[in-house]
Design a protein around this ligand. Structure first.
Ligand code: ADP
Ligand code: GLC
Length: 511
């Protein structure tokens, strides 16, 4: 089939978090399975401009019209990319905002992305289905079903909507209806109104043919008040169309056997290189080589409440009374930046902290740490713990969402399991899991078993891509009853280097 992805970020062009990894890797996997995929993204600062493939899209916005263009059309690894170009909206420092907060015109910016993507589907690249991601694309299904309901070219196009994070909903005051050119008749509780506000995510949940989220467990959790962030009722209401499909990971980028960003490559059979990666990592963070035999805990994260750092704040000194070292890479919420900076100051030579967004360092931590700590309050999928498995870095995680679905608790009696988990969201429960890991680290043979169990796991995209393909077909059949599925034979495309584009990636450290 021909699938049009629409998203607010995607590698190798832009990234703030795991969404960008998924928007890069899933299309590649679908292409490998014979589908045709194009991706629509905003053209952020840093991405090179190229010729317009559609010079002017008419977008109603606050009583005026705007005229972004659509550029791109180039193909990378078989995936075609289009960019919505509007330098006033997208050519800024940061993707969603700055350290001072979100951009005040995000409703307009992402309304424009949705409108322009629909016009791409109509005039430039006609898909069999559209796949939207997160709140920034929530208006697309609404506009398609309301404003384009009679359009012969688009009215039967199904939309699949993936929730990567229910905690970010794109909530704006009522004035956003006029400002962002949203059809006024949709401001009611059955559409995008949420208690007097405009809610972009709700629009996506209400108007899409199928909803997915990024793990089975999270697909259940978001139906409850604790995880639904006010939209659990909507999730329950659409429960028969909501499925969990666990994310895969891209092993062409995250594999210690081929990773060019780490000090020494290593594998399941030859683990020795991992120690070289650890030594190198200790050096980078100024941790004394005298601590090389001690377990090293790694953290790579957006610093956000979601990630459970209040538990670390609560137990930091207790944690550091244990024989261990800690390296942390992340940025975002100033409170957590300060927490980790103060720990680094209090434990010089044992705690290393880098407040930054640094992909190379993220790889080095995955490779060089012994354990990876992810105590998330909630985690729709989580990619870092899956990367950790492949690098023999044992995850210690809270049993929520995708963390629970991807990590199996180590069982000493049977020698099975890949990590350590805790259920209750408390500092005590986290410390208990950390201590279990520390305890097993002492016995080299047991530790190696846990590492190898994790390294043997395969979370590649092939299986989830097939699940998505089935859903595209189901959505297509819903809107074309009695018709047989479209069959396409994709034309071979020249490959272009992703590495070149990746060098220009626009990065920001929080959602
Ligand atoms: P989320 O999308 O909620 O941030 P995920 O675990 O799904 O969490 O994905 C996070 C992605 O962002 C991973 O690819 C991770 O390596 C990367 N990442 C997060 N913080 C940083 C950082 N400070 N520097 C480099 N990469 C980071
Ligand atoms: C979100 C979630 C994360 C998930 C990622 C990709 O940012 O917080 O858990 O892995 O999206 O789906």
């Amino acid at each position: 089939m021909k699938i049009l992805f629409v998203a607010s970020e995607g590698l190798p062009f832009s990234k703030t978090g795991g969404l960008a990894d998924v928007v890069e890797a899933l299309p590649k996997a679908l292409v490998q399975q014979g589908h045709e995929v194009a991706v629509v993204l905003p053209r952020y600062r840093g991405a090179p401009n190229d010729a317009a493939v559609y010079p002017s899209v008419t977008v109603p916005m606050g009583g005026k019209l705007r005229f972004p263009s659509v550029g791109g059309g180039q193909v990378l690894d078989g995936v075609r990319y289009f960019f919505v170009e509007d330098s006033e909206y997208y050519d800024r420092d940061g993707i969603y905002g700055t350290s001072g907060g979100d951009f005040p015109d995000n409703a307009e910016r992402y309304s424009e992305l949705c409108r322009a993507a629909i016009e791409v589907a109509k005039h430039v690249w006609r898909p069999d289905a559209i796949h939207c991601h997160d709140w920034q694309t929530g208006l697309l299904p609404l506009l398609l079903r309301i404003s384009y309901a009679e359009d012969p070219l688009l009215k039967d196009t199904p939309v699949i909507f993936t929730i990567h994070n229910m905690g970010y909903q794109g909530v704006f005051g009522r004035a956003a209806i006029e400002r962002a050119g949203i059809p006024a008749q949709t401001f009611h509780p059955g559409a995008l109104e949420y208690f007097g506000s405009v809610n972009f995510l709700k629009a996506g949940l209400v108007f899409s043919d199928y909803l997915t989220t990024v793990s089975r467990k999270y697909a259940e959790e978001i139906r409850t008040p604790e995880f639904g962030y006010g939209l659990d009722g909507v999730a329950r209401g659409r429960g028969d169309r909501l499925v969990g499909i666990l994310n895969g990971v891209d092993y062409t980028a995250w594999n210690p056997e081929t990773d060019a960003l780490i000090a020494q490559k290593f594998s399941f059979k030859h683990l020795a290189g991992k120690f070289a990666c650890k030594t190198h990592l200790l050096q980078i963070f100024g941790i004394s080589p005298a601590h090389a035999a001690r377990p090293l805990i790694g953290i790579v994260s957006r610093f956000a409440d979601q990630k459970g750092f209040d538990l670390i704040a609560e137990r930091a000194h207790e944690l550091l009374r244990e024989e261990l070292s800690l390296v942390v890479l992340g940025s975002g919420d100033r409170r957590y930046e300060e927490l980790f900076e103060s720990l680094a100051a209090a434990y010089p030579g044992r705690v290393g902290v880098r407040v930054a967004y640094d992909n190379t360092l993220a790889h080095k931590i995955e490779a060089g740490a012994d354990m990876f700590l992810m105590p998330s309050r909630y985690e729709p999928c989580g990619l870092n713990q899956i990367y950790s498995l492949k690098y023999g870095t044992v995850p210690v995680v809270r049993a929520t969402g995708g963390l629970d679905d991807t990590i199996e608790t180590f069982d000493l009696e049977h020698g099975t399991g890949t990590g350590f988990k805790f259920g209750e969201y408390s500092g005590a429960a986290m410390m208990y899991a950390v201590r279990q890991a520390l305890h097993h680290y002492i016995d080299e043979r047991i530790w190696k078993r846990i590492q190898l169990n994790g390294m043997a796991k395969d979370f590649s995209w092939a299986a989830p891509a097939r699940e998505y393909a089935k859903l595209y077909e189901a959505a297509w059949s819903l809107r074309h009853p009695g018709q047989s599925l479209p069959v396409i034979v994709p034309a071979p495309e020249p490959k272009q280097a992703r590495a070149a584009a990746r060098n220009q990636t626009t990065l920001r450290s929080s959602n």
